[in-house]
Design a protein around this ligand. Structure first.
Ligand SMILES: Cc1ncc(C[n+]2csc(CCOP(=O)(O)OP(=O)(O)O)c2C)c(N)n1
Length: 579
């Protein structure tokens, strides 16, 4: 087996190996970064990068990350903002398993990425270089790691030959970017990475094309809208598409239709400050709306069988039936299947609502909007008056308001991994610009990494990571803060600390409202009162850390923390909350 050594004379074809084929393919798919949690199979990739750096050849930026959740989570955060596929390298079956929760999170979030790891095809019995006994003794997985990955990725396969390897990688990226976007997994055996490969120029992969429904279908929906007296738009992820928020604003404004962003909304879809934003509650429309337009909604109704009483339901979605969702009920009467932003733009272009309809709808919507504003103001007034009581922690609403006011001049991005406080964060931070809010999807513990990836993609915007004390401790804190330090990616981390898993207690009470736990006060799965001082995790990294117990200290502490972040240092603000 030939191995690449030394300089290649200019102009001659470079004889390299599978590691270089991976990097050439990552170049072709436009991956800006390689998010890697190292394993011994990646020596050929490291060698390729070292050669390319030495020879001044193109390659993605390589990030060494010290935990799989951090590697995958950062790729997720980066993909949420850029919407472009990135390369992620993990180690064998175990590294894939360690990163699996975050890969599943990327699947739920619809973020494209090519995740790769290895196995050995020779286990040391081949004629080529010795892969190392660990592949024989410790790392092999029956059925191959692609068998492990299959349930939580869009597509998984083995790249069994160096001759198909670049094509496998570029095809994986194209599959990952197709709707619904998501992670794709490739098992690239170590021996394939070490096999000789003659470098070829790979054709760059171009962005996917756009789709929009046929004009007749668009017209049918416009007719339904024209006939409706009480239509409503419900959206969970209209903002996930480039231009989605702008297109939804134009559409809602043109037809005077209010917009509900239910608690299942996981990104910024419609400006919270807009007159047509009527809050998170779909209930007022369930029995009264005569037309419901579901825009990029995966699970708008709960329980799933809770069906709107009389509304016709139009579903606008590129892939309405999510293949990765086990059970899904939309009650659709009509679909507009195509790019969501493009479809909304087409509807707006062809719409011709009589002014009277628009005005009549306007009056009803104003009532709803006023009720929502009143509810928000009442909650904020309660939080402000609680602030004058000296004990009992800080009202979570006050934390959200303080953050909103502190960042009023900026266009921050909120990455949220709170549980019982998530509605407070979305409702009171009132994010109103595209890509200004992301809820972390899947299991707990990925949030810091996702926020780091978001910040990597949007270095000019402050990124605030909001999290409960329980979820914070699920994060690989050392590896995440290490990535922040090593790659200069500062975050404002705000912990809503109620010293418990409050959600676990709420679930217990739901099932056993008069049970033994209520009688005795013994709630298991809840108590976190023995936790370490969480702000102190900032110390070993030279980061800014603050603990806030009193309402009066809140704004000054957040202000100091934000200053530290502006100077390039992550800050951890651990806030004692009243609930
Ligand atoms: C990986 C993972 N393990 C366990 C859970 C179950 N779980 C959901 S919420 C929660 C508690 C979170 O506590 P905290 O962040 O403090 O929020 P709070 O419930 O107090 O609002 C747990 C353990 C989960 N979602 N993900």
């Amino acid at each position: 087996m030939t191995h690449p050594t030394g300089m290649t004379p200019p102009g001659s074809p470079r004889s390299t190996d599978g590691g270089d084929a991976v990097i050439a393919a990552f170049n072709a798919i436009g991956s800006d970064y390689v998010f890697s949690s190292p394993g011994s199979e990646w020596a050929p990739v490291w060698e390729s990068l070292a050669r390319r750096h030495r020879d001044g050849l193109p390659c993605p930026k390589y990030l060494d990350l010290t935990h799989e959740t951090v590697a995958v989570g950062m790729a997720t955060g980066y993909g949420l903002v850029t919407r472009r596929v990135q390369g992620v390298l993990l180690h064998a079956g175990p590294g894939l398993l360690q990163g699996a929760m975050a890969v599943h999170g990327a699947l739920l979030a619809g973020v494209p990425m090519v995740v790769a790891s290895s196995e050995s095809s020779t286990y040391g019995d081949g004629p080529g270089p010795d892969p190392g006994g660990q592949w024989y003794r410790n790392l092999s997985v029956v059925g191959g790691p692609h068998g492990l990955a299959r349930p939580f990725v869009k597509w998984a396969n083995e790249a069994a030959s160096v001759h198909t390897l670049p094509g496998m990688v570029t095809r994986s990226a194209e599959l990952a970017e197709r709707a619904p976007a998501g992670p794709v997994y490739l098992n690239i055996p170590l021996e394939v990475l070490l096999d000789p490969w003659e470098e070829r120029d790979l054709k760059p992969v171009v962005p996917k094309g756009s789709t929009v429904s046929a004009p007749a279908e668009i017209q049918e929906v416009l007719d339904l809208i024209a006939a409706a007296e009480n239509p409503v738009i419900v959206t969970e992820t209209a903002g996930r598409e480039e231009g989605g928020m702008e297109a939804l604003v134009a559409f809602a404004e043109a037809l005077g239709i209010p917009v509900v962003e239910p608690p299942s909304a996981v990104c910024a879809n419609f400006p919270r400050t807009h007159d047509l934003h009527v809050g998170p509650d779909i209930e007022p429309w369930m029995d009264t709306a005569d037309l419901m337009i579901l825009v990029n909604c995966r699970a708008p109704f709960y329980p799933p069988s809770r069906r709107p009483a009389k509304a016709k339901i139009v579903v606008i979605d590129e892939v309405p039936q999510r293949p990765h969702v086990a059970y899904q009920v939309l009650f659709a009467d009509q679909y507009l299947e195509g790019g969501v932003a493009a479809t909304l733009r087409e509807l707006t272009r062809l719409a011709d609502p009589p002014a009277a309809v628009r005005n009549a709808r306007g009056a009803a919507n104003e009532e709803r909007r006023a009720a929502e504003i009143k509810a928000i103001e009442a909650a904020e007034a309660r939080a402000a008056s609680a602030a004058s009581s000296p004990s009992g922690g800080i009202d979570p609403v006050a934390v959200a308001v303080a953050l909103r006011e502190l960042l009023a001049q900026d266009d921050p991005i909120i990455v949220d991994e709170t549980i019982t406080h998530s509605r407070v964060v979305s409702r009171h931070l009132k994010r109103s610009t595209p890509d200004s809010y992301f809820y972390v999807q899947g299991g707990l513990g990925q949030g810091i990494a996702v926020a780091l990836g978001v910040k990597l993609a949007a270095p000019e915007r402050p990124v605030v990571f909001t999290v409960g004390d329980g979820a914070f401790q699920y994060n690989p804190i050392v590896a995440s803060l290490d990535a922040s330090k090593q790659y200069g990616v500062p975050l404002l981390i705000v912990i809503f600390n109620n010293r418990k898993y409050l959600s676990m207690k709420m679930n217990h009470l739901r099932f056993y409202p008069d049970g033994a736990a209520v009688q005795t006060g013994e709630f298991l799965g809840v108590d976190l009162s023995g936790q370490p001082e969480l702000a102190k995790f900032a110390e070993p990294f030279g980061f800014h850390g603050e603990t806030v117990d009193r309402p009066a200290d809140l704004a000054p502490a957040l202000d100091r923390a934000l200053k530290a972040v502006r100077e390039g240092t992550t800050a951890v603000v651990n806030i004692s909350t009243s609930r």
